[in-house]
Ligand binder design. Structure first.
Ligand code: AMP
Length: 426
């Protein structure tokens, strides 16, 4: 895999270049304007011309870098210029790891396509909801499919869709796709695609499995590295408060009242904790809803929409909400329970301070979790002062055994054990 490397600074740092210089059509420039994007982000500046030239792209970038528009804009332009087929056949396939990301990517495509002379049909499909409406939605064909891999394969099995006309494949958050165990589904999907196609590959991290996948997929890609952090970091103020575990809900309530926080994303360790904490907050008079993987898709969509529209003030989430979700104007993220890994810490706090806004990421630390937080700090190169709030001074002492399962990677997770067992069987 020969690559042409392009290293860029932080997501918003780029040599000034207006959108109009990137080769996009007036209809797309109108849509960009309507979304109030004044200038392209670094990844957009680099990726848009490369995609328009038909090149493969290997993008190392996080959600928040503007990567969706970086591929959506040039792909829409290609589609708009391509000869029309009747019935429509899927030309662009975007694979994403989660339902929320699928919905977001689909929304961005639709919004950017709104001024095109010939309407472009965008179909979003994901699991966890009934397949029938999605099958109906694919009647008469479609131009762009945004999908999670499992449901895509189900739809193909139901003859609702074929991939024989796909000319561009986008893998979005490839690391997460593999993390979530989609490797096998991905392989099936790839086998159904025409060999001759353009491939756009985006990932925040490049562990060996992701590199290997990129290697097999990409042909002489233009490599774009949008370096995350440090320039980005000052946008997110990170703080740590020591508090006894049993006092965290009251402390959160006090902080919300004292600082007038109207919208807070609270992270907890488990689905059960999400339910319990949301319940406690509601009892304390705060509109809070849990958000985790065991809720129905309808419920998750509803809670997220309510949170985005400020109909509820607190969303109590597991790490399912830590990646991919984009909530504009989210000033505060609270680690009510600490994340297991430093990667999860980065993803959680990255929900705030987006698109140039300032954000606060607050971690509650107790005697039992102090050692774990120190590890996170060490790996993040951080050293945060431990703050205390009057009336919430901790009194608990550290237990002999730490109450958190250790940093991810040090011990095999449940999924690691399942994978190891599967490997032994082969
Ligand atoms: P993404 O990395 O694609 O998830 O985008 C993160 C956020 O940045 C989304 O809310 C986009 O709507 C927004 N965005 C994308 N491109 C730009 C731009 N050029 N200027 C300002 N905001 C943007």
């Amino acid at each position: 895999m020969d690559t042409e490397a392009l290293k860029l600074g932080a997501p918003n740092e780029h040599p000034f270049m207006p959108f109009s210089s990137l080769g996009l059509s007036p209809a797309l420039l109108r849509a960009v304007n309507a979304r109030a994007y004044t200038a392209p982000t670094a990844i957009q500046t680099a990726a848009i011309p490369a995609v328009l030239q038909g090149r493969d792209v290997l993008g190392s970038a996080q959600t928040g870098s503007g990567k969706t528009a970086a591929f959506a804009l040039p792909l829409l332009q290609q589609l708009a210029q391509a000869p029309k087929e009747k019935p429509r056949r899927a030309r662009t396939l975007v694979l994403v790891p989660t339902r929320e990301l699928a919905a977001q990517v689909g929304e961005e495509f639709r919004s950017l396509a709104q001024h095109l002379a010939d309407p472009v049909k965008v179909t979003v499909v994901f699991g966890g909801v009934s397949i029938n409406p999605q099958m109906m939605g694919l009647r008469g064909g479609t131009d762009i499919v945004v999908a999670t891999p499992g449901r895509l394969l189900d739809l193909i099995e139901h003859n609702a869709l074929t991939l024989g006309s796909v000319s561009t494949l986008v893998l979005d958050e490839a690391d997460r796709l593999l993390d979530l165990g989609f490797a096998e589904e991905l392989e099936h999907v790839l086998a159904l695609l025409p060999a001759q196609r353009q491939n756009l590959f985006f990932s925040a991290t490049f562990p060996p499995a992701v590199q290997a996948l990129a290697q097999t997929l990409l042909h002489e890609p233009v490599r774009i590295d949008v370096l995350p952090e440090p320039q980005n970091e000052p946008d997110i103020e990170q703080r740590a408060m020591t508090v006894d575990a049993g006092k965290r809900t009251q402390l959160l309530r006090q902080l919300m009242t004292q600082h007038g926080w109207s919208r807070v994303l609270v992270f907890v360790a488990t689905k059960h904790a999400a339910e319990i904490v949301a319940d406690k907050l509601r009892k304390a008079g705060i509109d809070a809803e849990p958000f985790h993987g065991e809720l129905s898709q309808g419920k998750r969509t509803q809670v997220l929409a309510d949170f985005k529209a400020s109909r509820i003030s607190v969303m109590v989430a597991t790490d399912v909400a830590a990646r991919g979700i984009d909530i504009a104007q989210l000033p505060v993220v609270v680690n009510y329970d600490l994340p297991r890994s430093t990667t999860d810490y980065t993803h959680r706090i990255g929900r705030t301070g987006r698109a140039g806004e300032r954000g606060l990421a607050l971690s509650f630390v107790s005697a039992a979790t102090e050692a774990h937080f120190r590890l996170i700090e060490k790996r993040q190169g951080l050293k945060l002062a431990r703050e205390q709030v009057a009336g919430f001074e901790p009194t608990d002492t550290a237990p002999a055994v730490p109450s958190i399962g250790g940093i991810k990677g040090k011990r095999p997770s449940k999924k690691d054990k399942l994978r190891a067992a599967a490997a032994r069987k082969q």
